[in-house]
Every structure is written in structure tokens, then in C-alpha cells.
Design a protein around this ligand. Structure first.
Ligand code: GLU
Length: 304
């Protein structure tokens, strides 16, 4: 059943990656997501973001489902229960991403890039404040991408399609989205208030498809949020800058931009943002230690 874009009943999502055990930070963010969906009588969708085959493991998929359920978080659509806009596992959605890649290619908004492998690894997972994708210096930008930048700005001279690249498929080379340098991307976060990022300064031409033929996080996430009719994205504040990138992609593909609610990050006793390597603060471990669901959902750190 396709989602009617005019019927904006609340649809939220939980979109963890099975790269490790979920921790206290996830518990708090996902609990906020669940509460907001419930308050608005909306639907919550569980999406398994397992595109990075090097880091994702099936046992963590099972653990994510169990751990979130143990906190009383419930969803109405997901890999375990199906739903109208499945599949809900990213590795099974390649066709959707490919379609978006083709549109961007035909519109001359992305370009093939032969630069270093280091960038590729960084584009594989969702970036965060510590290991965000570096600003790309623009080495592989071409006349095609120059036209796309103008088109993004709505300039008349860019109305003529300039795409003449023979690429039939994305594999074998990185593909970067050509950002409109100097343009301010502004949005009002429902929790953190007004946000402003400058394309080309705060982030550069980012990877949308990796050389090893895997769609990058930025592309996959917007394709899925749109296809699944997501009206509000609740996630950690480490992804604020990615939201600016994603707004550009939504715009480029003429898709509706959802609302955003970025949660404060949970930090450990030393002030370091929690990551999946913080096993001691995993939902599972805390449950074994006798923490109640309430304590875990509150996301308060009382262990170091
Ligand atoms: N799958 C991403 C992660 O686990 C989050 C994606 C998102 O919420 O947009 O970091």
C-alpha cells in the first residue's frame, strides 16, 4: 500500500545499525522516538540499517530487537513483523537506492570520484561528531557537476541537462554529491532549535555510493525515510550535520523533507560520547546488572 504524501499522519522510525550492542544512548533516543510516536497516535517503524557488511553482524540484529523490546519499545512495522513498505532491512533494498542513484546521475548532481580509499571507509557508516567525513577538496568535480550546482541554486542557465557520462551502474568508483558551495542549509530542529550549516565549508561533496558498490549511509537513509513515509526523524545530535546533507539530497530528488528531532548525546563519566565499544553501558549488560527498564530508558550514567 503506497503512502499518500498528502496524508501526514505521524510516522517515526528506529534505525539502528547492527554493528554492536545498543547502549544507554540508544535506549534514551529510541525511548524518545517511541514516546513521540505514541503521543501523536502515530506509527513507529523499525529499520535494520545493515549496509556495511564488514561491520554488521546478524547476531546484533537479534540483539537490537530483543534489547529494545525489553525496554517496552514497540513498533508496528519492521523486519520481524513486516508491513506495507518493506522490506525493512537495508541490504534487501538495493533496487530503491539504485533508482535514486540513476536519477541523481541523469540530473548531473553526482560525479564519479577516483580519490583515496580512506574517504570510502568513512562514508560507510553514519558519521558522527568525531569521525565525520572530511570536507572533500573537489578534485574530481567536473563541468557536469558545476552545472548541477547551478541547477541546485535554481539558476536558469543550468536548465539544460548536461549529463553525458556513460556510467551504466555505480560500482567500481566512488560517487559524490556535488554540494552548492556557500549555500546555507537551515532547518529548525524540534529539540535543539534553529540550525545552520554552510555547504562547502561545514561539509563538502559527500559520498553517496561507494567504490565497492554499496550505497552510502546518506543516500540510503533519505531514500528509505521517503519511501517509508517518515514524517519525523528522531536520532542523536551527532547526526545534525548529516541532516543538512540529507536535506540537499531530498531536494535533489524532489522528495518531502521530514521534521527532525535530534536528542542530546549521552556521555560517559569522562564526558566521551557513548559508542558501541562502551560494552559496560550496553542495554544488555545493564539489564544483567539488575537495572530496571525505567533506569535504562532514562539514560542516566551511574557507572563509569
Ligand atoms: N543507522 C544509523 C546509526 O546507527 C542511524 C541512522 C539515522 O538515524 O539516520 O548510527
Amino acid at each position: 500500500m503506497p503512502i499518500d504524501p498528502n496524508f501526514r499522519s505521524y510516522r517515526g522510525r528506529l534505525a539502528p545499525s547492527p554493528t554492536g550492542l545498543l547502549h544507554l544512548g540508544h535506549a534514551r533516543t529510541f525511548w524518545v522516538a517511541a514516546r513521540r510516536a505514541a503521543e501523536q497516535g502515530g506509527q513507529l517503524i523499525f529499520r535494520n540499517e545493515d549496509l556495511d557488511s564488514q561491520r554488521c553482524r546478524p547476531e546484533f540484529v537479534q540483539a537490537m530487537l530483543e534489547d529494545l523490546r525489553s525496554l517496552g519499545i514497540e513498533w508496528g512495522e519492521g523486519p520481524d513483523c513486516g508491513g506495507p513498505v518493506g522490506p525493512y532491512t537495508q541490504s534487501e533494498r538495493r533496487g530503491h537506492y539504485l533508482e535514486a542513484w540513476k536519477k541523481l546521475r541523469d540530473r548531473g548532481m553526482i560525479y564519479p570520484c577516483a580519490c583515496s580509499r580512506k574517504d570510502v571507509a568513512q562514508a560507510a557508516g553514519a558519521p558522527n561528531e568525531l569521525d565525520d567525513e572530511p570536507v572533500y577538496p573537489g578534485t574530481c568535480r567536473t563541468a557536469v557537476s558545476e552545472a548541477a550546482r547551478l541547477r541546485l541554486r535554481g539558476t536558469a542557465e543550468a536548465a539544460v541537462s548536461t549529463c553525458s557520462e556513460p556510467w551504466a551502474g555505480p560500482g567500481g568508483v566512488n560517487w559524490r554529491f556535488c554540494v552548492p558551495d556557500g549555500e546555507e542549509i537551515c532547518f529548525t530542529d524540534l529539540h535543539l532549535g534553529p540550525q545552520r550549516f554552510v555547504a562547502g565549508r561545514d561539509f563538502g561533496d559527500f559520498i553517496v555510493w561507494r567504490r565497492d558498490d554499496v550505497p552510502a549511509y546518506q543516500l540510503a537513509v533519505i531514500v528509505d525515510d521517503a519511501a517509508m513515509g517518515i514524517t519525523e526523524v528522531v536520532r542523536g545530535a551527532d547526526l545534525l550535520k548529516s541532516t543538512a546533507r540529507q536535506i540537499l539530497l531530498f531536494r535533489a530528488l524532489e522528495l518531502a523533507v521530514p521534521d527532525y528531532y535530534h536528542c542530546d548525546l549521552v556521555r560517559d563519566a569522562a564526558g566521551v560520547r557513548l559508542a558501541k565499544r562502551h560494552d559496560a553501558l550496553s542495554i544488555r549488560k545493564l539489564r544483567d546488572l539488575g537495572w530496571t527498564a525505567d533506569q535504562v530508558r532514562a539514560g542516566e550514567i551511574s557507572v563509569g
